[in-house]
Design a protein around this ligand. Sequence first.
Ligand code: NI
Length: 165
Amino acid sequence: MILDILKYPDKRLRTIAKPVVSVDETIKQQVKDMFETMYEAPGIGLAATQVNFHQRIIVIDVSDQCNEPICFINPEVIEKSGEIQWEEGCLSVPDYYENVIRANDIKVQALNQHGETFELEASEMLSVCIQHEIDHLDGILFVDHLSKLKQKRLKKKTEKKVKML
Ligand code: NI
C-alpha cells in the first residue's frame, strides 16, 4: 500500500519516534508499505515519521537498480568518523536541495525486518542517507542543519507555495 508522505512544514514531522518493541506482523507490513512508498516516490530513503508512523523504522535503497533494499529497525549509530559534504534532498521537502556536512564513516546497529540484529559499516551516500533518515526519527529535517538565513528563505518559499494552492 502506498502511504501519504508528510510535507514540510507539517508539525507531525517533528514527532520523536518510539522504539519498536517487537517486530510483529504490523511492523512487517509497515516495512513493506514503506518500501513500496519509497520506490514509487521515487526516493532512496524513507523514515516511518514521514508517513506518520511514529516508531523507529527506516528503509533505504541507494543502488542504481533499486534492488538492494535495507531495513533498519531501532537503528543506532555506534561509531562515526570523518566528514563529508553532500547535496541532500528529502521527499518531505520537495524541490529543495542543499549541502549538508555529516560524518563520512559510520557503523550502525539495528534489527532487520525479521527481528535479527545486524551491524553495517557505511560511507558516502549510504552513510549520509542513514544519518538523514535517523534524524527524521528524532523529528529533525535536513534543512535544520542549514544556516538561519537559508531556513528563513525556505520558509518564505514554502508559505508562498501553500498560499497558491
Ligand atoms: Ni528525508
